[in-house]
Design a protein around this ligand. Structure first.
Ligand code: SIN
Length: 181
């Protein structure tokens, strides 16, 4: 059976956009995208770190069979251009908009086409794979204009737990940070 597709302008958040969207939306619904895994493999020199001491923030890497849970936001036509201008600025450090299918939760079977910001492997701030302990050690001490890097990690971990999404990578980094105190 075909899944019914919701129309409208949808934006999918998987990192800070899950818990701090800071843009105008008319509806938000948890959902998942397919074929991507969330990784703290992006250096942050402008939000959660500085050029001298970059923090670590999330990007998505292609991963067949993986599901990535987050938040879908529907944005009114009248403000969509302004919202994208603001988000392009917020995500300017290597992220690009990608269009993907968003699968709303669980019982509804509805889908939508959503924009998601991904920092791909050729952007200059992409770190590639790093050990979880190293990521956590960096995130535990980095801070930037948007605040402490540890807040970025721990707020997302809490939000994912609240919405019932498991993410072993996020949980592992959050656990090491928390255990370090
Ligand atoms: C997102 O949240 O969807 C993009 C990455 C970030 O800003 O943390």
């Amino acid at each position: 059976m075909l899944e019914p597709v919701r129309d409208g302008n949808w934006i999918f958040g998987y990192g800070s956009l899950v818990w701090r969207p800071a843009f105008r939306y008319v509806e938000r619904r948890p959902g998942q995208i397919r074929g991507y895994a969330r990784r703290f493999w992006q250096a942050s020199t402008d939000h959660r770190g500085t050029p001298e001491a970059p923090g670590r923030v999330l990007t998505l890497v292609e991963a067949e069979g993986e599901l990535c849970g987050g938040m879908g936001y529907r944005v009114d036509d009248a403000v969509m251009a302004d919202v994208l201008t603001d988000l392009d600025h917020r995500e300017k450090n290597g992220y690009q908009r990608v269009s993907t299918s968003l699968y709303f939760d669980r019982e509804s079977r509805e889908t939508a086409v959503a924009l998601v910001y991904i920092a791909g492997p050729t952007n200059p701030h992409y770190t590639g794979p790093e050990p979880v302990e190293d990521i956590a050690a960096i995130a535990a001490r980095a801070r930037g204009p948007s605040g402490e890097n540890r807040e970025y990690v721990l707020e997302l971990a809490r939000a994912l737990e609240r919405y019932g999404y498991r993410d072993e990578h996020v949980e592992a980094v959050a656990r090491v940070i928390t255990n370090r105190g």
